[in-house]
Design a protein around this ligand. Structure first.
Ligand code: G3H
Length: 545
């Protein structure tokens, strides 16, 4: 059998029969979720539900069927009002128990949540595999990274608290300057990191004293179900509320109510614009947005080719290219283009494809309905405009499975030049002059990151200087990525609003607030009394260790 026959039979046999799935990884019982969390209670929804289909198809006597992971509630306007009331009551216009609580006590609640969450690791990891098709290894990594992020957030808050616990004086005025919460935060995460990216906004928002309404992404709802009791038991009533359903039905009324103070949204700029415009007082709404990107890789003629191929392979294809930070277009110097695409194409043929629990697997089924068809259309369009699919079996589809396609030579007439494919398609553009990638990046609507591969310090420096004014992270001889989570993660243009990192997130969900007084005997005595008698949770000099 030839290599391409092998690939062909691997793709046609990629989906298993139920008996072929190791028992430990089977999802035996669907998650029939009818619960939602409001006002510290888990309520049962009796109305319509949305069925959740896995990207994984299962073979059986009657042919293949898409595995049913379960269902979740399709709430209505009535529940939306309950949820908004619950959140507003808990915030109490800033007078509520949670926003006025000491930092120490809020940290204790988050630590309690973390302990309860850790117990649910196996359940959440299994659902990540079945619901969004993420590999076992990456699902475990996502869970553990989230736990680490929460621990680091607690550490960062302690440090912030320590730094803010002094009294400053200037021009005869003394003050204590801290950060105070903003109000009700609506948190909406994406399907590709449904746990991690949601929690990188939800946890900092909570720990700074805000209350949260949390809507899981359309794909990636049920994996949050095991955490519902932990939210209920670890936080005071109404501090965390959950909402499920169609965006038009449940999110539009929330935004239109004007009762949302902060929108934390990871998704498309198109949806972000709609949501922001729905708010009746846009100037009062703060937004923390992680949006689309089309990060470019630039391969210079003196690049270490083996390293560039390695980094492009994982940078473009890990989790099937479904990362906002994925390398989504590659510019390669024409002198080395042939060698580069030859090696990359060879490497693609050897990557492991299969089900999320299979060892070493990199390419898995895609969760978005219609995605393989969309990627196929991008390829057809590129071919019409002069590109070829370079690798064996590139673009072959089996139901929700799509074998990666390497496209070359790509040009600006093709849709894949402009559109964020968010999937396993690697467009490669040859260039003679650095002006080609520079122009692409400067004219692009996206502004997140780029990767430069090369050895010549002078030439790389020449690229860094213009690129830092268009993008927010330039990676040298390394793929694009968000981590480590202590580094700032942001973007320009259509790619982001606000900066997220462990420390930056504490800032974006709070506002600098101070207590100030003229430095005179009367005020000194007054402030001293408040401090010595520990009368205020805000104005104090003791800090959390
Ligand atoms: O989807 C966007 C993620 O924030 C990317 O994170 O670079 O760690 O995969 P990552």
């Amino acid at each position: 059998m030839s290599h391409s026959d092998n690939l062909g039979s691997m793709i046609s046999g990629v989906f298993p029969a139920w008996e072929e799935i190791p028992a430990v990884h089977r999802q035996e019982r669907p998650v029939g979720q009818r619960e939602y969390l409001v006002d510290g209670e888990i309520r049962i929804w009796e109305g319509k539900v949305q069925e959740v289909l896995s990207p994984i198809w299962i073979g059986g006597t009657g042919g293949f069927r898409q595995h049913v992971v379960g269902h979740y509630p399709l709430l209505t306007r009535k529940e939306v009002d309950e949820i908004l009331d619950s959140a507003q009551r808990a915030y109490g216009n800033g007078f509520g128990q949670w926003p006025t609580m000491t930092v120490q006590s809020r940290i204790e609640h988050v630590e309690d949540f973390l302990m309860r969450m850790t117990d649910k690791r196996d359940e959440v990891v299994k659902l990540l595999m079945w619901e969004v098709g993420k590999t076992l290894q990456d699902s475990e990594k996502e869970f553990d990274r989230t736990v680490g992020y929460i621990q680091d957030t607690i550490g960062a808050l302690k440090e912030l608290d320590m730094r803010s616990s002094g009294i400053v004086t200037d021009q005869g005025v003394m003050a204590q300057i801290r950060r105070a919460p903003l109000g009700v935060v609506l948190c909406m995460g994406p399907f590709n990191y449904p746990l991690n990216e949601t929690f990188t906004t939800l946890i900092p928002a909570l720990i700074m004293g805000n209350v949260v309404i949390f809507k899981p992404p359309r794909l990636g709802v049920l994996l949050h179900r095991p955490l519902l009791e932990a939210f209920r038991d670890a936080f005071p009533p109404g501090v965390v509320n959950t909402v499920y359903g169609d965006g038009q039905e449940v999110i539009a009324p929330m935004m239109q109510s004007g009762k949302i103070d902060v929108l934390a949204f990871i998704g498309s700029s198109r949806v972000a614009d709609i949501l922001k415009h729905q708010h009746p007082s846009p100037h009062r709404l703060r937004s923390v947005l992680g949006l689309e990107a089309k990060n470019a890789g630039i391969i210079l003629e003196d690049a270490d080719m083996d390293l560039a191929v390695d980094e492009v392979l994982t940078g473009a294809l890990s989790f099937n290219g479904q990362r906002c930070t994925a390398l989504k277009i590659i510019f390669v110097h024409r002198k080395v283009a042939e060698g580069f695409i030859g090696s990359l194409s060879g490497r693609i043929s050897t990557i492991a494809c299969g089900m999320p629990w299979e060892k070493g697997v990199m390419i898995t089924p895609l969760p978005e309905q219609g995605k393989p068809r969309y990627l196929g259309e991008l390829i057809d369009d590129a071919v019409v405009h002069g590109a070829r699919v370079i690798n064996e079996a590139g673009g072959i589809i089996n139901r929700s499975f799509f074998f990666p396609a390497l496209l070359y030579p790509v040009n600006d007439r093709m849709r894949v030049w402009h559109e964020e494919q968010f999937g396993p398609v690697i467009p490669v553009v040859p260039f003679d002059d650095l002006d080609t990638p520079l122009r692409y990046i400067s004219e692009s609507d996206f502004g997140q990151q780029a990767s430069i591969f090369g050895r010549d310090a002078g030439r790389i420096a020449q690229l860094i200087d213009p690129l830092v004014n268009h993008l927010c992270r330039i990676n040298l001889n390394s793929q694009c990525q968000r981590g480590p989570d202590t580094f700032p993660f942001t973007g320009r243009k259509n790619s982001a609003e606000g900066t997220l990192s462990v420390t930056d997130a504490l800032r974006v969900f709070s506002i600098r607030t101070l207590v100030a007084a003229k430095y005179n005997t009367q005020n000194r005595e007054l402030v001293n009394r408040i401090l010595q008698e520990h009368q205020s949770a805000f104005l104090r000099t003791g800090y959390v260790l």
